[in-house]
Write a protein that binds this ligand. Structure first.
Ligand code: ADP
Ligand code: MG
Length: 340
């Protein structure tokens, strides 16, 4: 169960001024922003402001994992520490904001910290499956089969990635028809929650990579989750959809899943050299307060390179700033979700 974070207020239109454009033939010297250097690396805790304009907290080193229910059942030493998986949905109805990249790299970081992690590709576009180096056309069983067919064992759909502690339930284009089919199901909003039941007793953390929509599939993901992480590109239009998403989260919490909470909003593709990126992040913090993660993910081409290589950045460029940022995010998530 995730810690209650300060509830965000709806973000209205940002009010910052748009800087006047210089004539095309005038070269403008770009001033190095004071916070740009801080954004290059994870800031020193306590001593300096992070990119969100708040003092960067000292995050605790992740403790040892607590055995999932199934392991605790066979390991006497772990009895008393049994804990079901913390299920987190990565949601934003906008595409290209870093949901899939965050699922891959947050998942890989949590696995590095010893958590047993299951990633669920919940998007027919199957970017998560591709991003982990798996050809969606070559997988026989997907999340579609687990949800729509009775008695499909979890082991038939789970793929072990090449990374220790990191498993995947893949997706492919078969899943595109699922939304239409779900409409006729009994308790159609809770089909994923039921399908994931066996996984909840086997893993420490389950991350669901949602498709860019607020339709029935996303409602299924929210109904199955303990918490939501909302990745947002640090760009003006990113702010406009957040209030709508919050409305959907509130409805699911009211009607289907009272335990659902916002774990945090994550600024992605941040460029500390631009006033624009910094102002968007500030507007986000003004509206949502501590719900915004202290960690932000900088824009770097390394993420696309890692996708082409079919690996998390954590593995592809293990000591890069991007990899470190996701490790930092994993610490923040573990601090906010003590059960994980
Ligand atoms: N921090 C980042 N910096 C630069 N490119 C990024 C970053 N995060 C993601 N990308 C790239 O942006 C594209 C969209 O990201 P993705 O994670 O697939 O978004 P979504 O799942 O929200 O559609 C991908 O090509 C990805 O490699
Ligand atoms: Mg995606």
């Amino acid at each position: 169960m995730c810690r209650q974070t300060e509830k965000g207020r709806a973000v209205s239109e940002p009010t910052f001024a748009v800087p006047p454009k210089a004539p095309a033939n005038v070269r403008v010297a770009t001033k190095q922003a004071p916070r740009a250097a801080a954004a290059e690396r994870v800031p020193d805790p306590g001593s300096e402001l992070g990119p969100t304009g708040r003092p960067f907290p000292a995050l605790p080193e992740p403790g040892p994992r607590r055995a999932p229910v199934e392991e605790a059942a066979v390991d006497q030493a772990a009895v008393g520490q049994r804990s079901p998986a913390t299920v987190i949905a990565l949601c934003n109805q906008k595409g290209g904001v870093g949901k899939t990249t965050t699922v891959i790299n947050l998942g890989a970081s949590l696995a590095e910290f010893g958590r047993k992690v299951l990633l669920v590709d919940f998007d027919p576009q199957a970017s998560l499956t591709v991003g982990l180096g798996i050809n969606p056309n070559e997988v026989d069983s997907t999340i579609y089969h687990l949800m729509m067919e009775r008695d499909v064992p979890l082991d038939d759909v789970v793929i072990h990635t090449g990374i220790e502690n990191l498993d995947l339930i893949p997706s492919n284009i078969d899943f595109a028809g699922a939304e239409m089919q779900l409409i006729n199901e009994v308790a159609r909003e809770q089909v994923l929650a039921r399908a994931l039941e066996p996984a909840v007793s086997r893993y420490d953390v389950i991350l669901i990579d949602c498709q860019p929509s607020l339709g029935l599939l996303t409602v299924n993901a929210l109904a199955a989750a303990d918490g939501v992480i909302v990745p947002l590109e640090c760009e003006y239009f990113a702010l406009r959809g957040v209030a709508l998403l919050k409305g959907t989260i509130d409805k699911v919490q009211d009607r289907l899943n009272p335990k659902l909470q916002i774990v945090g909003l994550l600024g992605t593709m941040y460029d500390g050299r631009t006033v624009h990126s910094r102002e968007v992040l500030q507007t986000l913090v003004n509206g949502w307060g501590d719900a915004v993660f202290h960690t932000v993910i900088r824009r770097t081409v390394k993420f696309s390179e890692a996708t082409v290589a079919g690996e998390p950045l954590i593995a592809y460029a293990t000591s890069s700033a991007g990899a470190d940022a996701y490790r930092q995010l994993a610490k923040e998530v573990l601090a906010r979700c003590p059960g994980a």
